[in-house]
Design a protein around this ligand. Sequence first.
Ligand code: NAD
Length: 447
Amino acid sequence: MKLCIMGTGYVGLVTGTCLADLGNEVICVSGDENKINLLKQGKVPIYEPDLNELVEKNVKENRLFFDTDSEKSIQESDIIFICKGTPSQPNGQVNLKYVEDAAIEIGRAIDDYKIIVNKSTVPIGSGDWVSMIINDEQEKLNKNVPFDVVSCPEFLREGSAIYDVFFTDRIVIGSSSKKAIETMKKLYEPIINQTFETDINPRPKTKVPLVVTDLTSAEMIKYAANSFLATKISFINEISSICEKVGADVTKVADGIGLDKRIGREFLDAGVGWGGSCFPKDLSAISQIAAEYGLSTQIINAVVQVNKQQRSNIIKKVQELLKIIKGKTIGVLGISFKPNTDDTRYAPAITIINNLIKLGARVKVYDPIVKDKPSDLSEKAIFCKDSYEVAENSHLLILATEWDEFIKLDFEKIKKLMSKNLIIDGRNVLDKENLKKIGFTYVGIGR
Ligand SMILES: NC(=O)c1ccc[n+]([C@@H]2O[C@H](COP(=O)([O-])OP(=O)(O)OC[C@H]3O[C@@H](n4cnc5c(N)ncnc54)[C@H](O)[C@@H]3O)[C@@H](O)[C@H]2O)c1
């Protein structure tokens, strides 16, 4: 099939590239000429494991194209995917401007039947709203080309995005049009039946479940999924604080409860709290949506509150260990909101670093991928070339993101470089006993 992808971020680029790899002809469109020129040369502007290689392969094999001309790309395609960013506005509501712009471009360009697929996470009812915009634009141009809107929410995780698209836990298709649903099923058939060829290992053998529903339910599934996942993390973080007081180990508690099939072990790792480009804005959006109907989201509000508290808890731990923060040097390992991504949006590390600097610390930082200072990170944060440079003369180290290379560090060497041997393992991933043996004062989360 011929596909047009509007939006070339984590979701757009990965979706477009994976669908091209399945044999479709895909044009990814962006108004950003520099970005499109880079992509045409095979240079991917984001960090996502294996994406460069897959883009290169599909460009070479003439299935994946990049263009700035949205009109031509829309007209040449059977299905148009909207994968634009939907960030939060200062009041917590979703900024739908980029989705609106895409709908306007589609309304102006369409000249025969198209399926419009919304992959962006959008407030409930946005599918109907996109239809309205397309119709309004058509009316201005005296045309009435038929189209259908489908909600096909995306569940990929940055850091394992390609794997998550090919081996997703489920595909959700929401629409009132039988024709559009059948076409979408055909498009996703190789993933649903796992019939495509791939070198990716390990390859799960099971077929992928398909949920076909109405537009509204599909939109709700995405918000409910992210709200529940954030709830699991805040829940275990709350439990971790109690563990600290009573002397229990939250990692064992999570293992113990996670073995219960009704609970499950995933997303029960206590730590510095959740962040990233999705959970904060999606929880804020669902609360706003509920408020529009006079409802209050008590559980979600508490989940957000616990998460804020979790970031402050790190500062409390630093105060307990150092007593005085002013004039101390603190090293922070990791900036991205999770490993294997360069995404720093709402990253816990940034809040922690900024707060330590406000309290008078000198903060040295290092991240394996994030090399440019994020705009919301204090100018005073000192970027280092590696973890050892961070450790040099630091009184305390905080592991904020669980990049694999931090787990494998030479802690004997780190100890010699530091002024004091204090370590806060913000993700409970380091070998506590080994660190203690080396001579560190180790503080984890809830253990
Ligand atoms: N990133 C994820 O892990 C993930 C997972 C599932 C769903 N989603 C959802 O998918 C959607 C896209 O997410 P993403 O992470 O790919 O977003 P992103 O911020 O990486 O990029 C989205 C794209 O939106 C467009 N865009 C952003 N700012 C713009 C601007 N100022 N002007 C014009 N265009 C602009 C660009 O094409 C950009 O590439 C969001 O609704 C998000 O909630 C994201």
